[in-house]
Design a protein around this ligand. Structure first.
Ligand code: ATP
Length: 303
């Protein structure tokens, strides 16, 4: 199997801090891989190791079937990246910033700039100083720079951080189209599961330096457990009545949750109990555990 990214026991420590611990990543060609973890989980350290920006303490990294070695060795002509907040020369325009990137990459064809500016919807801002751009447009400029040389693999660290919801959707759609239409492999980190779940075809979850799960995005739904959510005007009476009837009840804000299979298959019996107790349900719905709860349960943050 040819992987776009493959790490073998990748570890990196900073003094006594073990930031990344024996991580074995497998990113297939053409997939959108969401690399998910809470703040401080080890995402940026992993990404820096993938890009040869820092040297792993132990372990190896292969990118597009080439081993990433010391002295910046790697298939970098085929890789685009955006790590942390993209930096640009603030006094130079969008076009001038991209012109510098074009020369650094040794691209002879000057039309790549116009094409990439159009692709990232930066045309109205092409002559604006980079320092005056909104967060969203600065992020787009970072992506434009990462894409200028038409890489086969794009490695992005939190590409939607700092964007408003509309900006998040726009970047997500852009990346999905890039993978779909041009076959670009995308590896992106995020700390927001719902965001990754909408875009990624595969997901790797890193926690305290360990890769604790690697799964197909469509497996997520099957993993999330079902529950019956109940809203009622008198939550504490309802909780007592349901507990006395033998249900295991948990309360979250103004909602009661039942995980018993019986409650999920026979919510009408729960409703009858509540009606008879004088606290009829105002809402009764079978839902999946939400993605954030699943993620937090996996990482042990929630029981
Ligand atoms: P965030 O989303 O907050 O950036 P992250 O998942 O990217 O989190 P990392 O930045 O990789 O996490 O950090 C992982 C751990 O390694 C943290 O405990 C961090 O403090 C530590 N760390 C990272 N870089 C260094 C460094 N240069 N020196 C010392 N410790 C570091």
């Amino acid at each position: 199997m040819n992987f776009a990214i493959e790490t073998t026991n990748l570890s990196k420590s900073f003094g006594s801090v073990q930031a990344v611990n024996a991580v074995n990543l497998h990113v297939k060609l053409g997939e959108i891989y969401g690399f998910l973890g809470l703040n401080g989980a080890g995402k940026t350290t992993t990404i820096r190791s993938l890009l040869g920006m820092i040297r792993p303490t132990t372990g190896t990294v292969r990118i597009l079937n080439k081993e990433v070695g010391p002295h910046g060795k790697g298939p970098w002509q085929a890789v685009g990246h955006m790590v942390e907040t993209p930096t640009a020369y603030p006094e130079l325009s969008v076009k001038e910033n991209l012109e510098i990137a074009r020369r650094l990459h040794g691209i002879a064809d000057k039309s790549v700039i116009t094409r990439t500016v159009e692709q990232l919807k930066l045309t109205p801002y092409r002559n604006r100083k980079a320092g005056t751009l909104s967060t969203g447009n600065r992020q787009r400029l970072g992506l434009a720079r990462a894409l200028l040389h038409r890489p086969k693999l794009l490695i992005l660290d939190e590409p939607t951080s700092g964007l408003d919801p509309a900006g998040v959707v726009e970047i997500r759609e852009f990346l999905a189209a890039l993978a779909r239409e041009e076959g670009v492999t995308i590896f992106m980190s995020s700390h927001i599961l719902t965001e990754v779940a909408r875009l990624a075809t595969r997901i790797g979850i890193i926690h305290e330096g360990y890769l604790i799960e690697e799964l197909e995005a469509q497996e997520l739904d099957a993993l999330r457990s079902q529950r019956l959510e109940i809203k009622t005007r008198d939550l504490s009476t309802a909780q007592t009545v349901l507990s006395q009837a033998g249900y295991a009840v948990t309360a979250q804000e103004n909602t009661l949750m039942l995980h018993d299979a019986h409650a999920i298959t026979a919510p009408d019996e729960v409703a009858t109990l509540l009606v008879n107790a004088g606290t009829p349900p105002t809402q009764l719905v079978v839902t999946f555990e939400n993605l954030e709860d699943h993620f937090l349960r996996l990482t042990g943050v929630h029981a």
